[in-house]
Design a protein around this ligand. Structure first.
Ligand code: IPE
Ligand code: IPE
Ligand code: MG
Length: 268
């Protein structure tokens, strides 16, 4: 079977090109809390659903920028388990937009693998079918994996994982006394999702709102003031560039302050 030839993403209208990031500094997985659609709409005197529509355009641009910079995993928080608290008019507008974007699929001829993550049971069945269909239709693509979190909640994910572990223990195939982090990770609904390196939230709020608590346990955090519809791929590039300057330690000791970077020359 011949691999389809993928197009390269359209450049940003400004003509700006992605910064060159050394491979060893590049985050493998960037997760984004796309916040501020409602406030953006309010600022423009528009109904909230117009904010979500404008947000969808920002998503397209950021996905193009992720491809250009060579990111492997981009995960987007589109609708949380807590967002059901909103007016039904707004929740159905958000789900409608997700339907439209999944159906239209603006990334058709790009090397983008689409996946989704979240609870299927209280979502409209036709949306679940669409998301599953898109996942199947792009599963052989190897460039950028874009995971859309729909009806996603971190505590819900952890509770479901605990239930999966309990079922396995009850079946006698897992000893509860030996359950460790690796077992937990293997029973997550999306066990192959890598750890989040960089968690970026727009919209001027400094919280993680139940997003990927397991995968982002050691993520570098990046908060920006702009409302999501005002964001474009260059903000993703800035976030990644800033990430490259972070010193990640994962609990280990940092370099001693006076330690020379290279061994001193003999006799020096
Ligand atoms: C984020 O924007 C999108 C969703 C939560 C679906 P908001 O709709 O939360 O926008 P603000 O925070 O009210 O401005
Ligand atoms: C987080 O934004 C959820 C999404 C972006 C989908 P919210 O706007 O729902 O978060 P809170 O309510 O400000 O914590
Ligand atoms: Mg919000």
């Amino acid at each position: 079977l011949r691999r389809p030839a993928f197009r390269s993403p359209p450049p940003h209208p400004s003509g700006e090109r992605p910064p060159r990031i050394p491979a060893e500094r590049m985050p493998a997985h960037v997760a984004v809390i796309m916040d501020g659609n409602g406030r953006w709409a309010q600022r423009h005197g528009l109904p909230r659903h117009e904010g979500h529509r404008a947000g969808a355009a920002a998503v397209r641009d950021v996905v193009h920028g992720a491809l250009e910079i060579g990111l492997r995993h981009l995960t987007l928080y589109a609708f949380s388990t807590e967002n059901w608290k909103r007016d039904p008019e707004e929740t159905s507008a958000i789900l409608d937009l997700l339907r439209q974007e999944t159906r239209a699929y603006p990334f058709e001829d790009l090397d983008v693998r689409m996946r989704w993550h979240g609870r299927a049971d209280n979502l409209p069945q036709d949306l679940v079918d669409l998301l599953d269909m898109r996942e199947r239709s792009t599963r052989d693509r190897a460039g950028l994996t874009v995971t859309t979190c729909v009806n996603y909640g971190g505590r819900d994910e952890i509770a479901r994982t605990a239930a999966a572990l309990a079922r396995r223990a009850r079946s006698g195939r897992l000893d509860p006394d030996l359950i460790g982090e690796q077992d937990f990770a293997e029973h997550l609904p999306r066990p192959d999702m890598p750890d989040v390196d960089l968690l970026w939230r727009t919209g001027n709020e400094q919280r993680t709102s139940n997003f990927l608590p397991w995968q982002a346990a050691y993520a570098e955090l990046h908060f920006t003031p702009d409302h999501w519809p005002d964001v474009d791929r260059r903000d993703l590039w800035r976030a990644i560039t800033e990430y490259t300057r972070r010193q990640r330690r994962h609990g280990a000791a940092g370099p001693a302050p006076h330690e020379p970077a290279t061994a001193p020359r003999e006799g020096a």
